[in-house]
Design a protein around this ligand. Structure first.
Ligand code: BG6
Length: 508
């Protein structure tokens, strides 16, 4: 009897998770992602003894590399990891293969099929395959069609497809891509990856909320005043202008990573921990989300673009001066917006979301600010009324959580002062958590879709931002890109977005 890929829906997610014998096929294997993220993650899984011995990786791209050339390139990229454990690399790399493939050429697909059969014989991978499309998004649809046409997706128990972001450019293109992809296989064969969902601290949002009795009763409009979700980066556009110029911060970060953090923060309690129960709730809450002012979106969204900054010893180029960026580019590198969620839990609670490149600090976090005490008996030691309680979920760096509350300031008076109760992953658990791709690759190979985005979630997220996407394309002057100096917290207009509601962005 030949084993098929593990089906978590059948075996139950609580049982031990064992990756079945299989071949992971990476299309776009000559690209960055393969040597920066995928192969290192697989090597980590190998060293953690989580890969079966009947395992292989087949790298595919148009370059005419041999198996050995592919192994050498990966070895060079992983040099520091390998230095710690050359023996493991020797065994692991024996399972790395390469086949030149152009997904648009039917002859190449026939050759690919034969190569996969050969690998099945050589490595006992039993016709189980996970296909990872690390190719240009323009080829996601045709890539799936090519695989289906070659009969490689025919058995839903033996074949899966992992697709990188961006999944569509707007609501209509996401719908169309979903239609094409679904015509090639079943929804449970499609794994749309969002690497934020691979982060331990993003998953921890669910555990904090649903494994404690103290938070859930107050996690609603009666107690929470507002929510801020931030993903700030210190890096600029780096070498990725070609992609970023067509994307911008809204498509690159908000539609996916920030929206996933929002969904986990705001979703209802799932009936059980299983992929469909979790994804149903995420889809539902996204369907209830909307821009704070849909009729006039410029009132609830601010775009920015970093200009030059830094200092004389470490000058930072402005976005328009970066290599391959149009000197008149109006691509946003910063975006902030205000959203509402029209449901019983969140009606009237503003969700402020922001992301930017070239910020002063790398920091991703979710901040829940609770309502102020109805009556102030004490003054704050800083003067005026005490501040509101805050729960800060630190996604990265310094992963953990922070609860801010008022205590009596020492001394003869009765003044209050805010203090922090701090939990740090590092201090509590010591060992660093896995890179997001380690978790996500393992889950894809296990067939566990919980941390992958389902088609209705993707569409709901695009629907939410479509008024902005259309406005930027059709009437860009309505949403100008305000310049901000590199290494500052974005344009002043984004502070005004909160100031209008009497609030400030949290500045750590
Ligand atoms: C990627 C974006 O998805 O996420 C990048 O394309 C961004 O522009 C990156 O830099 C941020 O990821 P992380 O894990 O460093 O927060």
């Amino acid at each position: 009897m030949t084993a098929t890929l593990t089906n978590p829906l059948r075996v139950g997610l609580r049982q031990e998770r064992v990756i079945s014998p299989q071949c992971l096929v990476i299309f776009g294997a000559s690209g960055d992602l393969t040597h920066r993220k995928l192969i290192p993650a697989l090597f980590d899984l190998f060293r953690q003894r989580r890969l079966p011995s009947e395992f292989a990786v087949l790298g595919c791209a148009r370059r005419p590399w041999s198996d050995d050339e592919f192994r050498q390139k990966m070895e060079a990229a992983l040099a520091s990891k390998i230095a710690d454990d050359p023996e493991s690399w020797k065994t692991f790399s024996a399972g790395l293969f390469y086949e030149p493939v152009d997904l648009q050429k039917s002859d190449d697909l026939v050759r690919l099929g034969k190569r996969l059969e050969q690998i099945d014989r050589q490595r006992a991978t039993r016709s189980n395959r996970t296909f990872y499309l690390s190719v240009s998004p323009a080829f996601y649809g045709s890539g799936c069609r090519a695989l289906a046409g070659a009969g490689l997706l025919a058995d839903p128990n033996r074949s899966r497809v992992v697709i990188e972001k961006p999944f569509g450019r707007d609501y209509a293109s996401a719908q169309e891509l979903n239609r094409v992809v679904k015509s090639c296989g079943q929804e449970n064969q499609i794994f749309r990856i969002d690497h934020y969902l691979g982060k331990e601290t993003v998953q921890n949002i669910l555990v904090m909320r649903f494994a404690n009795t103290i938070f859930e009763p107050i996690w609603n409009r009666n107690y929470i005043d507002n929510v801020q979700i931030t993903a700030a980066e210190t890096v600029g556009v780096e070498e990725r202008a070609g992609y970023y110029e067509t994307s911008g911060a809204l498509r690159d970060m908000v539609q996916n990573h920030l929206t996933q953090m929002l969904a986990l923060t705001a979703m209802e309690t799932p009936g059980r921990y299983d992929p469909e129960a979790i994804r149903n709730e995420k889809a539902k809450v996204l369907q209830a989300a909307r821009l704070a002012d849909e009729a006039e979106p410029w009132n609830c969204c601010v775009r920015g673009q970093y200009g030059p900054g830094g200092n004389s010893s470490d000058p930072l180029a402005g976005y328009r001066q970066e290599p391959n960026v149009d000197p008149n580019s109006t691509t946003e590198t910063y975006v902030a917006m205000k959203l509402f969620i029209d449901n019983w839990r969140w009606q009237g609670v503003p969700f402020y979301v922001r992301t930017g490149k070239r910020m002063p600090k790398r920091m991703s976090e979710v901040v829940l600010t609770f309502k102020e005490a109805p009556v102030h008996l004490f003054d704050s030691s800083g003067g005026g009324a005490p501040g509101a309680n805050q729960l800060i979920l630190r996604i990265q760096p310094n992963e953990g959580a922070d609860f801010r509350f008022e205590v009596k300031a020492p001394g003869s008076g009765m003044r209050s002062r805010p203090v922090d109760m701090d939990f740090s992953y590092d201090e509590s658990f010591g060992e660093p958590s896995d890179e997001g791709y380690v978790r996500l690759l393992a889950d894809a190979m296990l067939g566990d879709p919980t941390l992958f985005t389902r088609s209705d979630e993707v569409e709901a997220a695009w629907r939410l931002y479509t008024p902005l996407v259309e406005l930027i394309e059709q009437q860009p002057w309505q949403l100008p890109v305000y310049p901000y100096e590199a290494s500052t917290w974005g344009p002043a207009a984004s502070d005004s977005l909160l100031a209008r509601d009497g609030l400030l962005w949290r500045r750590p």
